[in-house]
Design a protein around this ligand. Structure first.
Ligand SMILES: [Zn+2]
Ligand SMILES: [Zn+2]
Ligand SMILES: [Zn+2]
Length: 337
């Protein structure tokens, strides 16, 4: 993530709504892909400095679940990120609005990263071009009135489903421990699921894909059932970035895609803060990985210094590096970045 500043000079976050220094509202201006300071009020918001007339994203105005503004004359009332949300949980419950807000924040960061790579919101899936969209759903654990007993996070031809419970820290950590995972975040879910969305578009070099990840046509349901019944294969650590990645080649792909986005975002942040030397866009993968290997240890050490769990509890083995290199090359081939 780049660094952003309020007009007063105070540094602000990508997720900020208010400057802590001058108390003016700040916003993510989607047209300019940057954070801006707002002047005015109600229907007459202006970008401080440029004087550009803007309007709040409808979901910021109504529910405060978004921090974006749009050009005043934009025909849409919602920002590009909010427009991708297709289904919402019962908003009569305050808890769901808080969960929704956390899901939207993760989604905006996801989309910021995808835009950085020039990855589109439309991609081929199952014989036609689909547009990415999101369903944020409850199941009977939080709402006995809904049909679904359990909603699992997943992807189906461009529709990404996220159980809103994933936005509850206690529930997510409980699920993480139950699943013997070392990392479970809303952003991680979204980066993983969007990897499925881009599978057809990015894996045109299928022979290499099969050599590295295995055959994506392997019966999926049976493989997943076996994973949930028997756990990961012994020794998965040598060839997979996570235990779950060993469940099926398609899951391995999605996990590696997510990790590639984790690496890209974290390295951009580190460079923006001069923790690392600038990394030119055409840097080859081996160099990127060497920087990442070193920097991820720094990240973990920083966390340990604060008494926290490792920020990046993963090991990139040579086999995993080959898979990440495939992701890197696939994105470069399709987007030229
Ligand atoms: Zn300020
Ligand atoms: Zn919005
Ligand atoms: Zn998956």
């Amino acid at each position: 993530m780049r660094r952003f500043y309020c007009e007063c000079g105070q540094e602000i976050f990508f997720e900020s709504r208010l400057c802590v220094q001058c108390r003016r509202p700040v916003a993510y201006f989607t047209d300019a892909a940057t954070m801006v300071t707002l002047e005015g009020a109600a229907d007459t918001w202006l970008v401080s400095g440029s004087g550009q007339a803007v309007k709040l994203c409808m979901q910021r105005e109504l529910y405060d679940v978004c921090n974006a503004v749009l050009n005043l004359h934009d025909t849409y009332q919602q920002c590009p990120s909010c427009r991708l949300t297709r289904t919402l949980p019962d908003l009569g419950k305050r808890a769901n609005i808080l969960r929704w807000s956390l899901l939207e924040a993760a989604k905006r960061r996801l989309l910021y990263g995808l835009a950085g790579f020039g990855l589109p919101m439309q991609a081929p899936a199952g014989g036609q071009v689909r547009t990415l969209c999101f369903d944020f759903l409850e199941d009977q654990r939080t709402n006995p009135g809904v049909y679904e007993e359990f909603v699992t996070t997943g992807h189906d031809y461009g529709v990404i489903t996220v159980n809103v419970l994933e936005a509850d820290d206690v529930q997510r950590v409980w699920q993480r421990e139950l699943s013997s995972e070392r990392y479970r975040t809303v952003l991680g879910h979204m980066r993983h699921e969007v990897g499925h969305f881009y599978f057809e578009m990015l894996t045109q070099d299928r022979p290499t894909f099969i050599r590295l990840f295995g055959d994506p046509a392997k019966p999926y349901e049976r493989a997943l059932q076996s994973y949930y019944d028997n756990g990961a294969l012994p020794g998965w650590q040598q060839g997979h970035i996570s235990a779950y990645a060993s469940s099926h080649p398609l899951e391995d792909w999605a996990e590696c895609f997510a990790h590639y986005l984790h690496m890209a975002d974290t390295l951009e942040t580190a460079c923006a803060r001069q923790l690392l030397a600038p990394i030119p866009g055409n840097t080859d993968f081996e160099k990127l990985l060497a920087v990442w290997d070193d920097f991820s240890v720094t990240l973990n050490e920083l966390n340990r210094g604060l008494g926290l769990n490792d920020a990046y509890p993963f090991t990139v083995t040579p086999v995993v590096a080959d898979k990440l290199r495939y992701v890197h090359a696939a994105i470069q081939r399709v987007t030229g970045r």
